[in-house]
Design a protein. Structure first.
Length: 662
C-alpha cells in the first residue's frame, strides 16, 4: 500500500475552479485550504474551504501569481499538496519546481513536461519528430521581424501568429493579408509579454473552418496512460472557447480511436503524468489543408493542466477527474484501464461570461444583485459567484459554467438551452441569452459548427416595445403594491375616471422609450409606441395580453429595474423625472474606454494626423486587449498615456476633425 504523501490540499486559484476542486478534495476526505486576494475576501471559494489565507492585494501579480506567497500559505497551514486549477500558476514550470523543492506535491505533471509542452514551438517540433501530424509553420529561435516576414511569405495566408508561451487565445492573431502582418506581430508580442512574460512567437498555417477537437488524457507514475474520449470546442470567440461538448459530433468510433492513440503517444513522448489535454485541429477537407486523407487532424498544443471544459468528460465517462488527479498525485495506480473507459450519452457546457456579446464581447463589470441558477434533471453548475459578488476588471470575466447531460446530443442541447432561459444573473451584463441562441442555431443543432461559426453568427431580433411594456407594467404594479403597504386601502385612490402614469424608460432600446400606463374601470393598459398591452395580475404573477410572463425582476431604488426574460436581461431606468442628460463624451473624434482597464499602447501622439480606421490606442481589461481606431480624419489633440488606469467612458483620445471650423 502506498504511503500517503499528503492529507491536506491547498487550491492555488479562485472562482469556479477553486470551488470545484475543493468539492472533490473534501469528498475524498482531504482538509482544504483556499487562498484569496483582497478582492476575494468574501468569495465563494473562501467559504467552501476548511481554511483560507490572504495572499495579497487584488492584482493577480501580487496575489495569485505570487509564488512565494502561495508557498508560504501552504507552509503556514500544513498543506502538503497544491492543486493549481487552471490559469494563473497551473502551467508555470518554475512554480511546479518550487513546489517540489519545498517538499510539496504539485497536483499536475512534472516541471520538465510543463516546460516542453508549454513552449508551443518546442512542443510542435518534438511532436513532428515523433511522427504526430502537425501543421506547416515556423517555430525557430530567430524572432526578428525580417525572419517572421520571410517565413510568413513561405507559409502563405491564412496563417496564425501565436505566442509560444501560454494559451487561452491570448497573444494570437489571424492574418489573412500579409499587409496586416506587422500589426499582428506587434499586437501578439505585446499581449504575450503582458500575459505570460514571454513575447516569443511562432507562425502556423491556419486551416479554413476547421474543428477544434481535443482528447483528455490521464497518466499515473506506473506506466498507465489513458485517453478519456474527445471534446469538441469549435465554438470560439477570439480563439477562446465558449461552448464545449463530448463526444464530438464530427468524430466516429474509428477516428476517435486514431485521435486517442495520437494523444497517448504525445503524452508518453514527454513522460506525462496526471491530467492533461492534447488539442487537435480537425479538417473537413484534409487534402486542401495539406494533411493525409486518412489522418485529417493535426497536433495543436497540449494543455498541461485540468481544462475548463473537463465537466463534459466527467458527465459522459462517470469519472471525477479531480479525484483521479489527487490519486495520481498520491502515487496510486489509476483504478481503471483503457477498456474500462466508456462514453454514456452526450454532454454540453457553456461558459457564462460577464461580457456584452452584442458589443464585440466587451468584458463587463458590476455587482451581481440577483443570482439564481436553474436546476433540474441532467444539469450541473460550476460557479464562482453568488448574489453580492463584485465582478471587476482585475480577473477573467468567466462567472460560471452551465453543463447539461442527456441520453443523446439533442436532449443535452435542449436541457442546456432551457437552463439558460431560466438562469437569473442580474446586475452585470452576461452572455446568457447569446449562449441560448447559439444552442438553438440550426447549424449548431445539426452538429455543423466549426471555429468560424461565430464569424457570421446573427443575433436574434428583439421586440423592444413589448419588452418595455413588460417592465413598465411590473414597475407600475410594484409601485402600487408598495403604496398599498404604506397606506392600506388608500393606495391609488382617485376620483378621476382614468389615471395616466407616464414613464420614460432607458435601457430597453437605443433611445429612451415613452410609456404610458393607463388605469381605468376596465383595468390596466400599457401604451408604447402606439401599441397597447393589457396588463393584470401582480408583480410576482404578471400577465400581459392574457399570457403569464416568465419574468424575474428586482427593483433597485424606486426607478431602476433589473429584469430577466427568457430571451433577454434588462437594466432599465425610468428617467422621466431625471434632469436632462448632458451630452455623452463619446462622439465624432472622441474615443472613450469601453470598460475599466489599463492603456497598453498609444499608436499616435498629440499633433499626429489620422485617417478614419487608423489605430489610436489599445486598452487591456480582463486579460483581453481592445483596439480603438479613429472615427474621423483629423489631428490628435489628446491621448492617454501608456500604463494609465482608466474607468469606463474615460476619454482616451480626442481628434480635432478636419472640418471642425467649416
Amino acid at each position: 500500500m502506498t504511503t500517503p504523501r499528503f492529507d491536506a490540499v491547498l487550491v492555488a486559484n479562485r472562482g469556479e475552479i477553486a470551488v470545484r476542486v475543493i468539492r472533490s478534495a473534501r469528498a475524498a476526505g482531504y482538509r482544504t485550504v483556499a487562498v484569496y486576494s483582497d478582492a476575494d475576501a468574501d468569495a465563494p471559494h473562501v467559504h467552501a474551504a476548511d481554511e483560507a489565507v490572504r495572499i495579497g492585494p487584488a492584482p493577480s501579480a501580487q496575489s495569485y501569481l505570487d509564488v512565494d506567497a502561495v508557498l508560504d500559505a501552504a507552509r503556514r497551514t500544513g498543506a502538503r499538496a497544491i492543486h493549481p486549477g487552471y490559469g494563473f500558476l497551473s502551467e508555470n514550470a518554475a512554480f511546479a519546481r518550487a513546489c517540489r523543492d519545498a517538499g510539496l506535491v504539485f497536483v499536475g505533471p512534472s516541471p520538465e513536461a510543463i516546460e516542453v509542452m508549454g513552449d508551443k514551438a518546442r512542443a510542435k517540433q518534438r511532436m513532428a519528430d515523433a511522427g504526430v501530424p502537425v501543421l506547416e509553420g515556423y517555430q525557430g529561435e530567430d524572432q526578428s521581424d525580417e525572419t517572421l516576414r520571410a517565413e510568413a511569405e513561405r507559409i502563405g495566408v491564412p496563417l496564425l501568429v501565436k505566442a509560444s508561451a501560454g494559451g487561452g487565445g491570448k497573444g494570437m492573431r489571424l492574418v489573412e493579408d500579409l499587409a496586416a502582418l506587422d500589426d499582428a506581430i506587434a499586437g501578439a508580442r505585446r499581449e504575450a509579454a503582458a500575459s505570460f512574460g514571454d513575447d516569443t512567437l511562432l507562425l502556423e498555417k491556419a486551416l479554413v473552418r476547421p474543428r477544434h477537437v481535443e482528447v483528455q488524457v490521464l497518466a499515473d507514475e506506473h506506466g498507465t496512460t489513458l485517453a478519456l474520449g474527445e471534446r469538441d470546442c469549435s465554438v470560439q470567440r477570439r480563439h477562446q472557447k465558449v461552448v464545449e461538448e463530448a463526444p464530438s459530433p464530427a468524430v466516429d468510433a474509428d477516428l476517435r480511436a486514431r485521435m486517442q492513440e495520437a494523444a497517448v503517444a504525445v503524452a508518453r513522448e514527454v513522460d506525462y503524468t496526471n491530467a492533461g489535454t492534447v488539442e487537435f485541429l480537425l479538417s473537413e477537407d484534409p487534402t486542401a489543408s495539406g494533411l493525409p486523407a486518412d489522418e485529417p487532424f493535426a497536433f495543436l498544443e497540449m494543455n498541461t493542466r485540468l481544462q475548463v471544459e473537463h465537466p463534459v468528460t466527467e458527465l459522459v465517462t462517470g469519472l471525477d477527474l479531480v479525484d483521479l488527479q489527487l490519486r495520481v498525485a498520491q502515487g496510486e495506480h489509476l483504478p481503471l484501464a483503457q477498456r474500462d473507459v466508456a462514453l454514456d450519452g452526450h454532454a454540453i457546457e457553456v461558459r457564462l461570461y460577464a461580457e456584452d456579446a452584442r458589443r464585440d464581447y466587451l468584458p463587463q463589470t458590476g455587482t451581481v444583485v440577483a443570482w439564481d441558477p436553474a436546476h433540474g434533471a441532467g444539469l450541473r453548475l460550476d460557479s464562482g459567484v453568488t448574489a453580492g459578488s463584485e465582478v471587476t476588471a482585475t480577473y477573467d470575466p468567466m462567472l460560471a459554467k452551465v453543463i447539461a447531460h442527456g441520453a443523446d446530443r439533442g436532449e443535452a442541447r435542449r436541457r442546456l438551452a432551457d437552463a439558460l432561459d431560466r438562469l437569473v444573473c442580474l446586475g452585470v451584463t452576461t452572455n446568457r441569452t447569446f449562449l441560448a441562441e447559439v444552442l438553438r442555431d440550426e447549424r449548431f443543432a445539426a452538429g455543423a459548427a466549426t471555429t468560424a461559426f461565430l464569424d457570421d453568427f446573427t443575433h436574434a431580433d428583439r421586440d423592444d416595445v413589448a419588452d418595455a411594456a413588460v417592465v413598465a407594467a411590473w414597475l407600475h404594479l410594484s409601485r402600487e403594491a408598495g403604496a398599498a403597504r404604506r397606506a392600506p386601502g388608500l393606495a391609488g385612490w382617485t376620483n378621476a375616471r382614468r389615471v395616466r402614469a407616464p414613464q420614460r424608460l432607458a435601457g430597453v432600446a437605443d433611445e429612451p422609450l415613452d410609456v404610458e400606463v393607463v388605469r381605468d374601470r376596465d383595468g390596466c393598459r400599457v401604451v408604447v409606441d402606439d401599441r397597447t398591452f393589457v396588463v393584470d395580475g401582480t408583480p410576482d404573477a404578471l400577465r400581459v395580453d392574457g399570457r403569464r410572463v416568465d419574468l424575474d425582476a428586482v427593483a433597485v431604488g424606486r426607478d431602476r429595474v433589473l429584469a430577466r426574460l427568457p430571451h433577454r436581461d434588462l437594466d432599465v431606468r425610468d428617467v422621466l423625472l431625471a434632469p436632462p442628460d448632458a451630452l455623452g463624451a463619446a462622439g465624432a473624434g472622441v474615443l472613450v474606454a469601453p470598460m475599466h482597464g489599463v492603456v497598453t499602447a498609444a499608436e499616435v501622439a498629440v499633433g499626429d494626423r489620422v485617417e478614419v480606421g487608423d489605430r489610436v490606442v489599445a486598452i487591456e481589461a480582463m486579460k483581453m486587449e481592445h483596439l480603438l481606431v479613429a472615427d474621423v480624419a483629423g489631428t490628435v489633440v489628446e491621448v492617454a498615456s501608456v500604463g494609465s488606469q482608466v474607468a469606463t467612458d474615460a476619454v482616451l483620445a480626442r481628434i480635432e476633425p478636419d472640418d471642425a471650423d467649416a
